[in-house]
Design a protein around this ligand. Structure first.
Ligand SMILES: N[C@@H](CCC(=O)N[C@@H](CS)C(=O)NCC(=O)O)C(=O)O
Length: 250
């Protein structure tokens, strides 16, 4: 049996949910609020990074969203998201590393500044620093954000990194002939980058209007059968936070 520990707004978990749904795999869901439960000792035994998602497959624990999607693709090989050709597989994995390093990291800055900061601002300073210090993976990120938010130069740098991601996607689609990053077949690289673009679009900051190949890619991925069941109501931050609603792009 598959069990998934996740949070509906988590971009990292959304890619795993899409992979499970596309492959018709049911997983028992354990929803975390991410308001401290990710650092509970019982959960940290499963995921010592104190983050979601975590997959439990009959007691075998798999962590890290890209590793989890590769794992699911291996254990449920029908409708594979992994190219058979070793060179294409290597290209897919290289893109997944790029995605982890660039958009997956960059998108956190506008996400926290625009969506989560107001709730951190309501905390006392002692409670905020204790919460930040308790995070194995994101301690420095939280301390840099502090209770005043990331400064403009950090926001600009994050958005520039997002922009370089769309340009890289555009170049990959042009090279492969599209419509997906690696050509005719959707792969785990498309799945990996999708939630970061959905997030930035939801925050009203999508900036790929001059890159029609990326616009078409975005429309295509949102038309995939697994998309709607994954992004059920409440999954987008604009559905959770009223102050984001007027910015979200249609
Ligand atoms: N590289 C990890 C990152 C996971 C991650 O950052 N998860 C976020 C949600 S998208 C989280 O659980 N944050 C909780 C926290 O920072 O305390 C993965 O891809 O699984």
């Amino acid at each position: 049996m598959l069990e998934l520990y996740h949070n509906i707004n988590s971009v990292c978990a959304q890619k795993v949910r899409v992979a499970l749904k596309e492959k018709g795999q049911e997983a028992k869901e354990h929803l975390l609020t991410l308001q401290g439960d990710q650092n509970d000792p019982a959960y940290m035994k499963l995921n010592p990074n104190g983050v979601v998602p975590t997959l439990d497959h009959d007691g075998a624990i798999v962590i890290d969203s890209n590793v989890i999607t590769e794992y699911i693709d291996e254990v449920a090989p029908d409708h594979s998201f992994t190219p058979e050709d070793a060179v294409a597989r290597a290209r897919m994995r290289a893109l997944m590393h790029f995605i982890d390093e660039m958009p997956a990291a960059a998108v956190r800055v506008p996400t926290f500044n625009l969506a989560f900061l107001p709730s951190f601002q309501k905390m006392g300073s002692q409670a905020f620093s204790e919460m930040a210090e308790s995070k194995p993976l994101r301690r420095e990120f939280m301390l840099t954000m502090g209770q005043t938010g990331f400064p403009k130069h950090e926001m600009d740098a994050a958005l520039a990194r997002m922009r370089r991601t769309y340009e890289r996607m555009d170049a990959e689609i042009e090279k492969s002939g599209g419509p997906w990053l690696l050509g005719k077949t959707i792969t785990l690289a498309d799945v990996a980058v999708m939630p970061s673009l959905v997030r930035i679009h939801d925050l009203g900051l999508a900036d790929w209007q001059d890159l029609p190949r990326v616009g078409t890619w975005f429309d295509n991925i949102r038309a995939q059968p697994a998309f709607k069941p994954t992004f059920y109501h409440g999954s987008l931050l604009s559905e959770r936070f009223p102050h984001l609603r007027e910015k979200a792009q249609a």
